[in-house]
Design a protein around this ligand. Structure first.
Ligand SMILES: NC(=O)c1ccc[n+]([C@@H]2O[C@H](COP(=O)([O-])OP(=O)(O)OC[C@H]3O[C@@H](n4cnc5c(N)ncnc54)[C@H](OP(=O)(O)O)[C@@H]3O)[C@@H](O)[C@H]2O)c1
Length: 162
């Protein structure tokens, strides 16, 4: 099973502020949906609460230290390792780690692939993605999108370990 991260970052690695995302980019949300569809998605409890519900067509695995935590249509894991095992034992081929900051930090050393959206955004943030060491990652594909009246420029890259 491949362990993949999917993340959208600003110019300084910004990923969130006060429990929310920093931008609304419908084209990136579409990419997120296409990329995660049919897969197990692992997320921290705070990211789950910011999304608010299990997303259709995917298996939601929430990581929390709270043993009493329960959410409709979601699986609960008490560690990142347990969440990964749940996906593996279900026969998953590619598990998607979808955040947030705490879970990205712990999962980056384990990940073989990153679906990386980079947004031309600089602004207030309280949650960041760890800095990527370019030597550890090859760019498999890159798609650049210019700014429009409504949206900033953004790119979508797929990175893989050499
Ligand atoms: N830009 C993006 O692509 C993106 C993607 C996802 C999220 N985000 C943003 O990121 C922010 C949330 O990130 P965050 O770092 O605050 O929180 P998070 O990583 O989503 O969740 C943290 C929670 O996960 C649980 N947890 C973490 N490590 C654990 C472990 N080893 N074992 C068991 N449980 C563990 C704990 O839950 P308990 O407290 O319940 O024990 C912890 O409080 C939000 O602003 C969100 O919008 C951005």
């Amino acid at each position: 099973m491949i362990i993949s991260i999917i993340v959208a970052i600003g110019k300084n690695g910004e990923i969130g502020n006060k429990g929310n995302l920093l931008w609304h980019l419908p084209a990136d949300l579409k990419k997120f949906k296409e990329t995660t569809m049919g897969h197990h998605m692992i997320m921290g409890r705070k990211t789950f609460e910011s999304i608010g519900k299990a997303l259709p067509g995917r298996t939601t695995v929430i990581v929390t230290r709270n043993n009493d935590y329960k959410k409709e249509s979601c699986l609960i894991a008490s560690s990142l390792e347990e969440a990964i095992s749940i996906a593996k034992e279900a026969g998953e081929q590619e598990v998607m780690i979808i955040g947030g900051g705490e879970i990205y930090k712990q999962s980056l050393p384990l990940a073989q692939k990153i679906y990386l959206t980079e947004v031309e955004y600089v602004g207030e943030a309280d949650t960041f993605f760890p800095t990527l060491d370019n030597q550890n990652w090859n760019i498999l594909s890159e798609q650049n999108n210019p700014p429009t009246d409504k949206y900033p420029a953004w790119s979508f890259k797929i990175l893989e370990r050499p």
